[in-house]
Design a protein around this ligand. Structure first.
Ligand SMILES: [Fe+2]
Length: 219
């Protein structure tokens, strides 16, 4: 579910509530509309050495002038709790292959690696639960459909991982990890549109991936 939908649902629900004279409590009824993001394996390619630059712009490493090759993607979303409220102070980490299908992890084939791609990034959420990365649209590599790995680190909780997929990618239907998510709603929750940004002369894309956790953090 993307944020406009979420807001729309909430608006629709609140309107409904006004008409219905408040028979239900808002949080309980709203919680039922949110699909929890399914957890997915971390996989073998979390960086074994973190890059010197771990910011949220994966296209530029440190102060380099050359940017990574690939379809530029503005990836954003919100980290929400089970009630749909934003989670602040969540450390969001992403890692993915470069435009040649190579991970930063030294286990991967670095002869082909794009040295200008950061391969990993971090973003700490504020009060809105929002995160943002500039990266490239992930390409296919042998055995996997296009995906971006996510890890969420929150105080007092175990690291939580999932993967985000590209809507309409035919290889999704052949991907065992993707298909291990059996519930269609849960599958839809990790499958997002990579849409062209109107007016972008360099063909930039935008993708929106909200993550709904199955808990509400204690204040
Ligand atoms: Fe992967």
């Amino acid at each position: 579910m993307n944020p406009p939908d979420l807001r729309q649902n909430r608006r629709r629900f609140l309107r409904h509530l006004t008409l219905g004279a408040g028979l239900l409590s808002v949080p309980a009824a709203f919680a039922e509309e949110l699909v929890r993001t399914p957890q997915q394996t971390e996989g073998p390619f979390y960086p074994d050495h973190l890059p010197l630059d771990t910011d949220n712009d994966l296209l530029i490493v440190n102060d380099n002038l050359t940017r990574a090759v690939g379809e530029i993607t503005h990836l954003s979303g919100r980290i929400l709790d089970a009630k749909g409220d934003p989670i602040r102070n969540a450390l969001v980490e992403i890692w993915q292959v470069d435009n040649n299908g190579v991970y930063l992890n030294t286990k991967d084939d670095h002869a082909k690696r794009d040295a200008n791609f950061q391969g990993f990034g971090r973003f700490l959420t504020g009060s809105t639960g929002e995160y943002y990365f500039r990266t490239v649209k992930p390409v296919l590599y042998p055995g996997r459909t296009r995906h971006i790995h996510f890890a969420l680190k929150m105080k007092g909780r175990e690291k939580w991982t999932t993967q985000c997929y590209v809507k309409g990618e035919p290889a999704n239907e052949r991907d065992g990890i993707y298909k291990s998510i059996q519930d269609p709603k849960a599958r839809a929750a990790v499958t997002v549109d990579f849409t062209s940004i109107q007016g972008s002369r360099i063909g930039e894309l935008a993708a929106r991936f909200n993550i709904v956790m199955g808990f509400t953090p204690e204040a």
